[in-house]
Structure formats: structure tokens, C-alpha cells
Write a protein that binds this ligand. Structure first.
Ligand code: GLP
Length: 266
């Protein structure tokens, strides 16, 4: 795992979007793992800006989202289908049949989960997975005690997660669906590269637990410590309590892999 500390959330979002754009340019049939949530909004809007300015071609790309609420139809404005359409899909030339999200209204959710895993495999696996970090330490909707080897399946959402995501549901946690279909921790760990973006002072404590704490199924994001190619982009506010923050700042400024991206600090 590599942690990079960027001055602000906007810098972290810009860096993440730039890397997605670069990976797509290098591999036109990129399989991109998409996340949702507030953190991702800035990344998608920057990615759309870059995509239009540089005429990026998504004709051969595929996307797989981490999760979807159970019971929400794809046309529901609170669904992640709708989120992705609004934030990314409508603005780039990505054929809709190459975009994939779990179907939260499938009659057989177990079969849907298994078919989602098969679709990921058939596409050649995920090249780059974007992640946010839930307040409960979840990635996707892998709530505490999710097996670190779990696969796509239905999960119940904790009160903390329903509280965090109430914004789209009239601010009322009780209106947030109780269940979601989510990729498992094991599914996420199979992505060839992972970028987790964490911003804001409210994420400082859980970011420290996720990255510098022991690996535990109580905090599914700790499993990323096992991933051979995982980068965490944090802003100064989220990184404020990291024990190794001096080293992480040094990493971005000195590791050769990041030299091409120094300009984004300007
Ligand atoms: C939801 C999603 C997660 C996302 C998290 C972070 O719970 N299922 O994939 O990482 O939100 O949300 P935010 O970026 O709004 O803090």
C-alpha cells in the first residue's frame, strides 16, 4: 500500500481522475471498477472534464460498479445506476451495454450476485478499481465482519452507513434501503490496481484505522494492506492523524512513479 497526501480534496480528486484517464489512454479496453458516494463526485466531474478536453475514447472500455441498493430500480434517482448515469455515463462515449452494476431488483439476488462475478471474469477482471471509504471502514458495502475473502452478495447496511448515506433519502436513515448487493472484499482484492480516495477531517480516524491499524474483518478496508498495487490518496485533513504522514508526503514528492503528476500540485 502506498499513501499519498495531497494538499486539498480537489488535488486528490484531480490526481485520481488523471490516473483513470492515463490508464484508459494506455489500454482502450480498460475495465474500470467504479465507486459512488460524495468523494467520487469530484473525481467523475474532473474525469468528464478531461475526457471532453482530450477526446478520450471509451468505446472499448467496460465499467463495473461496486454495489447497488436492493429494491431500487435503475431509474430511481436514488439508485447508484442513476448516480453513474448522471455523473459519468451520460458525458462520455461508453456504450451502455459495457456498463455493469448489480441489479438490486433481481428476483433472485443470489443468482444475480453469482452472475455479476461471472461477468467481471468474462471481461478479463478489473484493471483499476476506484474506492471511497465508508465511516464504518467499509469498502463497497462490506460492513464490519465481512469476510476478507467474500464475493458479491447481499449485505445488510449498518445504522452508521444508513446515517452516512441518508442525504439522498430526505436526510432520513430509515428511508435508506436496509440491504445492498455489493462486491465482496475478495472480489475487490482481485482488481489489478486499486485507488482509494479519502478526504475530509471526518474521515481522519477511520483512515488511520484502515491504513495503519491491524488487518481485521471489523474494518474491511484494512484488507487493502494485502493488495500488491493499492494507492490511497488522502487530503491533509483526512491525513492529519496518520503516524507516518511525513513519510507519505515524501513519497509523493520523491518516488519516480509520481514525478509525472507533480504538476497537479500547482
Ligand atoms: C457508500 C458506498 C461506498 C463509498 C462510501 C463513501 O457507502 N457504498 O462505496 O465508498 O459510500 O461515501 P462518501 O464518499 O460519501 O463518504
Amino acid at each position: 500500500m502506498e499513501i499519498l497526501i495531497l494538499p486539498t480534496a480537489a488535488h486528490a480528486e484531480r490526481l485520481a481522475a488523471r490516473i483513470v484517464a492515463d490508464r484508459l489512454t494506455a489500454k482502450p479496453n480498460l475495465v474500470l471498477g467504479c465507486a459512488t458516494g460524495r468523494t467520487m463526485e469530484g473525481i467523475y466531474s474532473e474525469l468528464v472534464r478531461i475526457s471532453q478536453a482530450e477526446k478520450l475514447d471509451y468505446a472499448h472500455a467496460h465499467t463495473f460498479n461496486l454495489d447497488e441498493y436492493v429494491g431500487l430500480h435503475s431509474t430511481d434517482p436514488r439508485s447508484y445506476h442513476h448516480y453513474m448515469e448522471e455523473k459519468l455515463f451520460a458525458h462520455v462515449n461508453l456504450p451502455r451495454e459495457q456498463t455493469h452494476l448489480p441489479n438490486g431488483v433481481a428476483t433472485d439476488l443470489t443468482a444475480e450476485a453469482a452472475s455479476y462475478e461471472r461477468r467481471i471474469k468474462a471481461a478479463g477482471g478489473i484493471d483499476l478499481q476506484l474506492l471511497g471509504l465508508g465511516n464504518s471502514g467499509h469498502i463497497g458495502f462490506n460492513e464490519p465482519l465481512s469476510s476478507l475473502m467474500s464475493r458479491t452478495r447481499e449485505k445488510a447496511l449498518t445504522p452508521q452507513t444508513r446515517e452516512q448515506n441518508a442525504g439522498m433519502f430526505n436526510g432520513d436513515p430509515a428511508q435508506v434501503p436496509l440491504h445492498a448487493l455489493t462486491m465482496g472484499v475478495g472480489t475487490i482484492l482481485e482488481a489489478k490496481e486499486v485507488i482509494m480516495v479519502v478526504t475530509g477531517a471526518h474521515k481522519a480516524e477511520i483512515l488511520a484505522t484502515a491504513t495503519e491499524g491491524p488487518i481485521t474483518s471489523m474494518v474491511s478496508a484494512t484488507a487493502l494492506q494485502l493488495h500488491p498495487h493499492c494507492h490511497v490518496f488522502a487530503d491533509e485533513a483526512a491525513a492529519a492523524t496518520l503516524v507516518g504522514r511525513e513519510h507519505y508526503r515524501w513519497t509523493f514528492l520523491n518516488e519516480p512513479d509520481w514525478a509525472p503528476y507533480q504538476g497537479l500540485l500547482g
